[in-house]
Design a protein around this ligand. Structure first.
Ligand SMILES: Nc1ncnc2c1ncn2[C@@H]1O[C@H](COP(=O)(O)OP(=O)(O)OP(=O)(O)O)[C@@H](O)[C@H]1O
Ligand SMILES: O=P(O)(O)OC[C@H]1O[C@](O)(CO)[C@@H](O)[C@@H]1O
Length: 742
């Protein structure tokens, strides 16, 4: 092309000394007809630096790149002397003679043949001739890049200094004798280290979980974030400032309540796992040691080039591995209406329906299932006002019954419409406490979605009393009742009306959670449940409980790779990282001193194990699932190096960081998949857990607890040397952050 410099044309400089850099030269030989030459191995002999000499016995062997191609690569200065060499074929058997290519020596200058491309011809003993095509490629590389790769290579292959530590360990005194932990003093009051949590995380401000459920579209509230409230005439006013503290924009991450923590402990026994995913009529006692479901290893993330109709396509979860595989199988094999699942909550008021529905929604969304929570109370308040007295809920008040059935229908139809647009799991949150109501819902669902009833039963009067008191404080139903005791009387009257006509679920597919909030184990009964997703839901519910406890999430102390901006690897800690590990040990000692049963979880990479090193007195467990995202071929590179050397990869990751899978590595969706057992175990644990892991992994774990959308996960801020404390409590999730050092 006119104006192109010679350098631009062939990628390197022919003018010695003008432009710095080195030439990476790759010489290749190809013979598509390998059956003839399978035991003859291509070699190169020649002048320095290609081969030590022309002596065939010292020729350099070429590496097999594919079935038919052999390659030898080396690095030379761009102004190197002419390299003279010849190809030879050496037999496997050392005693047989080798064959040197015919013709004159080849000469390479500046990464190009001086005498043009010519085939390499070998005349064998029997006068048979073998022909190989020969190519050369040269690229300029910076000596700094080369040195950096070499250093990363060496660091990557340096043996970890934590080898030999068993997967489960406990150190009662500091492991490395020369570690002066007292040098890392902390302020007496840990509150000193508290820093604000991001504005999108769960706050300690009181909030009512039902508020953050779907906005009633049939009442004028689309699924977009609208703000609406009741007008004086009972007609909903859209996009008006909230007046009754009820319907507001559904920011999933802002709906948590402050924990009115209650202490309880429970362990129990479990029934053996059920046969072939079918859980008909069995009871499962909740408790420790529930067997983990075996998960398949990651497969390619789902891409949209399946031959499925648009609705089906939308209802495929944004997930990898087992979740995607199961969803595809269900789409292909199951009855059409079973592609959509309605979990219909059932219970008396204040028995944890909304709490359970919200938690399940969060879990399913995190796994990649398109899930929405429809709360009929929200529809009722929007349609009929929020100050209905107990009378409205009497079963012998025909107007009340009609009004309540009407809003239930509206919410159910909204849920079905959303499913028909591609929604996968709808959680339908209302008391649904009579057979008649449930029959109505089953009729509405016919041919459109599968229903599973999820009933929460609570026989503990203290818990019911606590729940009711919480309702009076939180529910918009009592926002305008200034007298707490009057509110309490009214709500109890409402509960009594429901009790009169309450019918426990006996029909259809159902799950019963019995006394799960009591702290004594409780029980789950399941009837006529089968399939991947219902199975996962049961498994999740079996493992969840309400025992308040903190989960402390922290990245390892700064690593040597962090200092150099290199990703992945298995490097040790930097000086700052060394200091952090000591401060963290002090922090854990203070924060968890009265928590005998707490546990420390690390990944299997040395930077987390070293960070946990000085923590004494608690068991430490290494989990492979907590290892950092596997950067595959990019492991050990800087982002700059990836951008420069693999621009297409860099661009693809930039465009879709959630789904992008590093070549021979993982995507964020893969990481989420492998973290599912970690989430289940964190839910199941009743004592505090300190998780010392890595940026990508902690982003995924944090997103689960704070209900952040999948798409946001890869960009969540998880800074070094900061502890994120997640408090799980009877009213939801609360977050605190401690920054121990800059
Ligand atoms: N399985 C359970 N049994 C009893 N209480 C529970 C259970 N799960 C959660 N809770 C507690 O119940 C409290 C009230 O729960 P929630 O608001 O979800 O009740 P609800 O059944 O939806 O009430 P309503 O029918 O009035 O809307 C929660 O703060 C939680 O602490
Ligand atoms: O997904 P991101 O933003 O590249 O973050 C994950 C990266 O963070 C690190 O933990 C530290 O840089 C890397 O090892 C890892 O590849």
């Amino acid at each position: 092309m006119a104006g192109d410099s010679e350098e631009e044309r062939d990628g390197f400089n022919h003018t010695p000394l003008r432009i710095p850099g080195l030439l990476y030269v790759s010489v290749k030989m190809e013979n598509p007809n390998l059956t003839l030459s399978g035991d003859l191995l291509p070699h190169v002999s020649g002048s320095f630096p290609l081969g030590p000499s022309w002596d065939p016995s010292k020729a350099l062997s070429m590496e097999r790149e594919s079935a038919t191609v052999w390659e030898l690569s080396f690095v030379v200065p761009p102004n190197h002397e002419a390299l003279e060499f010849k190809f030879l074929l050496k037999p496997n058997c050392i005693d047989n003679p080798c064959f040197v290519e015919e013709g004159s020596s080849r000469v390479l200058v500046g990464g190009a043949w001086q005498d043009g491309d010519r085939m390499a011809l070998f005349r064998l003993d029997n006068d048979q001739v073998l022909e190989y095509r020969v190519f050369v490629e040269a690229k300029r590389i910076s000596p700094f890049d080369l040195a950096a790769s070499w250093r990363a290579y060496q660091e990557n292959f340096r043996l970890s200094s934590v080898r030999g530590i068993p997967d489960v360990s406990i150190n009662s005194e500091h492991q490395t004798g020369n570690e002066n932990i007292s040098s890392a003093n902390l302020e007496l009051d840990l509150e000193h280290y508290i820093v604000p949590s991001p504005s999108t995380s769960p706050s300690s401000a009181l909030a009512y979980a039902a508020n953050s459920t779907e906005n009633p579209r049939s009442l004028g509230g689309g699924s977009a974030s609208i703000s609406s409230s009741m007008g004086d005439d009972g007609v909903p006013m859209i996009n008006q400032p909230e007046t009754v503290g009820e319907v507001h924009a559904p920011d999933q991450s802002k709906v948590y309540q402050s924990p009115g923590m209650v202490k309880s402990q429970s362990v129990g026994t479990i029934c053996p796992p059920q046969k072939e995913g079918s859980l008909r009529g069995v009871s499962i006692d909740r408790g420790v040691g529930f067997p983990r479901l075996v998960k398949s290893s990651s497969s390619d993330a789902f891409t949209t080039n399946f031959n499925l109709d648009p609705v089906t396509k939308n209802s495929i979860p944004a997930a990898a591995g087992a979740v995607a595989a199961a969803a595809i199988a269900d789409q292909m094999l199951g009855p059409k209406e079973h592609r959509h699942l309605a979990i219909v909550m059932v219970s008396l008021p204040a028995r944890g329906k909304t709490y359970t529905a919200a938690k399940l929604t969060r879990y399913l969304r995190w796994l990649g299932h398109n899930t929405k929570h429809f709360n009929v109370g929200k529809y009722r308040r929007l349609k009929h006002g929020s100050s209905q007295s107990a009378d409205f809920f009497r079963a012998d008040n025909p107007e009340g019954v009609v009004a309540r059935n009407e809003v239930a229908k509206m919410a159910f139809e909204d849920m079905i419409s959303w499913m028909q647009e591609g929604g996968q799991v709808g959680i339908f949150d209302a008391t649904n406490s009579s057979k008649q109501r449930r029959n109505m819902l089953m009729k509405l669902a016919e041919g459109r979605c599968k229903i599973i009833f999820l009933e929460t039963i609570c026989n503990d009067v203290d818990i019911i009393e606590r729940n009711i008191r919480f309702k009076i404080q939180q529910s918009p139903d009592y926002a305008e009742v200034p007298d707490f005791e009057a509110g309490l009387r009214d709500f109890k009257e409402r509960v009594a009306y429901y009790e009169k006509v309450y019918e426990t679920v006996e029909e259809g597919s159902h799950i019963k959670m019995i006394d799960m909030a009591s702290g004594h184990g409780g029980q789950i009964q399941v009837n006529n449940i089968s399939g991947y997703l219902p199975g996962r839901i049961v498994f999740f519910l079996v493992n969840t409980h309400l025992t308040p406890r903190p989960i402390l999430l922290t990245r390892h102390g700064e690593s040597r790779f962090n200092v150099r901006g290199r990703i992945g690897g298995d490097s040790a800690l930097s000086e700052a990282g060394e200091l952090y590990k000591k401060k963290l040990a002090k922090f854990v000692e203070k924060r968890l001193k009265s928590e005998r049963a707490a546990c420390i979880w690390t990944s299997t990479l040395q930077r987390t194990i070293l960070t946990a090193g000085p923590i004494v007195g608690f068991p430490k467990i290494q989990w492979r699932a907590l290892d950092e995202i596997n950067a595959g071929v990019c492991d050990g590179m800087t982002y700059e190096e990836i951008k420069k050397n693999m621009p297409a990869e860099y661009e693809s990751r930039y465009k879709d960081k959630l789904r992008y899978r590093y070549p021979r590595g993982e995507s964020y969706l893969d990481v989420i998949q492998r973290l599912e057992p970690v989430i289940i175990e964190l839910e199941r644990q009743r004592a505090p857990v300190v998780v010392i892991s890595h940026q990508a992994v902690l982003r995924a774990l944090y997103a689960y607890f704070t209900d952040r959308p999948l798409q946001e996960i890869p960009d969540i801020e998880v800074p070094l040397h900061t502890i994120i404390e997640i408090n799980l409590g009877v009213t939801g999730v609360e977050e605190k952050r401690y920054k121990l050092m800059d």
